[in-house]
Design a protein around this ligand. Structure first.
Ligand code: UT7
Length: 334
């Protein structure tokens, strides 16, 4: 007897982003407040990164609290109820409890008993989550998937580390992915280069912290110039390939929403991709800083709130960071 077919999905269900939401950490911290500890200046930070001020969380603004805020807005925007969420995917590197995941608590607070899990792909996490969510909906494994990118990097950034203290920030962004009449999320282009594992990393693992009797938390360190070169050159190629794989020409693109790592990286990518002036480019980093996994959904939602992104527009998303890892896709704005 032949084995039974387990395939109950006859045709792929088109998937799309149905709603977006954001939560910005409430403390606005200008460059003037971080420069002394790192012997820097407002002028240097603005010139080298484009950052004017960043958002830091208050003690109450936990990873879970910020996620719930962004998620509620996205669920509302999608016009569904929390109970309709089948899967919650949370991309983060700053939920500081090894287990359980942040996702189950977030799902519970929202009122969902769907599958819930965290993923760790640093700044590229949200675009990884979006790719997984899209394929879950397409294959019929879920009807609605909530994807959250959230960070409280102020917990794991040293205020005296010159290479990172002025960059990283806190916040959350969310998207609801669900069924649509036509496909609204293009094929993901993603990958990694573990040969560059040490370029952005936590200083030491928890056993080493205990072994040396340290009383301070490990923090993030980054070889910024090397990451910059990789991002500016390699990620422009990935972005171009993503457009090609989705069948979108640069002149047909409405929005470019890259990871908000550095304004100069964004400009270099746009130049190298020869994006026409008609493409609106996300520049959320100026007043948010780099919120890692939250950066792309924060920037995306802000473009909608500002009226820069309109329903039906085509947006290229690309995120990249520690690992090194990256993921990119084209989406239709809900
Ligand atoms: O989110 C994950 C992905 N992350 C990224 O993509 C970040 C990529 N990297 C960057 O954005 C940039 O490398 C930084 C903004 C982090 C640094 O800018 P940079 O232009 O690459 O600076 P650098 O490290 O090459 O240093 C240039 C100069 C040096 O001085 P000299 O040797 O030219 O005299 C540094 O000592 O700037 C000096 N410098 C600083 N000066 C003031 C380095 N850090 C600072 C600082 N303030 N914080």
């Amino acid at each position: 007897m032949s084995a039974p077919s387990l395939d109950t999905v006859r045709t792929l269900q088109p998937s799309a982003v149905l709603g977006l939401g954001l939560y910005r950490a409430s403390r606005v911290v200008p460059n003037a407040d971080v420069v002394e500890a790192i012997d820097s200046s407002d002028e240097w930070i603005q010139q080298r990164s484009g950052i004017v001020e960043r958002r830091f969380a208050t003690p109450e603004e936990s990873v879970v609290a910020m996620s719930v805020g962004a998620a509620r807005e996205a669920i509302d925007d999608a016009g569904i109820q929390p109970g309709q969420i089948d899967v919650v995917i949370v991309a983060t590197v700053s939920h500081l409890l090894q287990t359980p995941s942040a996702a189950t608590m977030i799902a519970h607070e929202l009122g969902s008993t769907g599958a819930a899990f965290d993923i760790s792909a640093a700044c590229a996490g949200f675009c990884h989550g979006l790719a997984i969510a899209s394929d879950l909906v397409r294959a019929g494994s879920a009807r609605h998937v909530l994807v959250i990118g959230v960070e409280r990097l102020s917990d794991i950034t040293s205020p005296t580390d010159r290479g990172t203290a002025f960059i990283f920030s806190d916040g959350a962004g969310a998207a609801v992915v669900g069924p649509a009449e036509t496909q609204g999320i293009g094929p993901v282009v993603w990958g990694s280069d573990g040969g560059k594992y040490d370029l952005i990393r936590q200083t030491e693992d928890w056993r080493d912290v205990v072994a040396v009797g340290s009383t301070t938390m490990p923090h993030l360190v980054m070889k910024g110039a090397e990451v910059f070169r990789w991002a500016a050159f390699e990620m422009a190629k990935v972005a171009t390939e993503t457009l090609e794989r989705s069948g979108v020409r640069p002149e047909d693109l409405d929005l470019f929403v890259p990871h908000q790592a550095n304004m100069r990286i964004t400009d270099a990518m746009a130049r190298s991709m020869k994006l026409p002036d008609t493409v609106r480019i996300a520049r959320d980093i100026a007043h948010q800083g780099n919120a890692s996994a939250a950066s792309v959904p924060l920037a995306l939602r802000q473009l909608v709130l500002d009226g820069e992104a309109r329903s039906g527009d085509t947006a290229l998303l690309i995120a990249f960071g520690a690992g090194l890892s990256f993921a990119a896709q084209v989406i239709r704005i809900p």
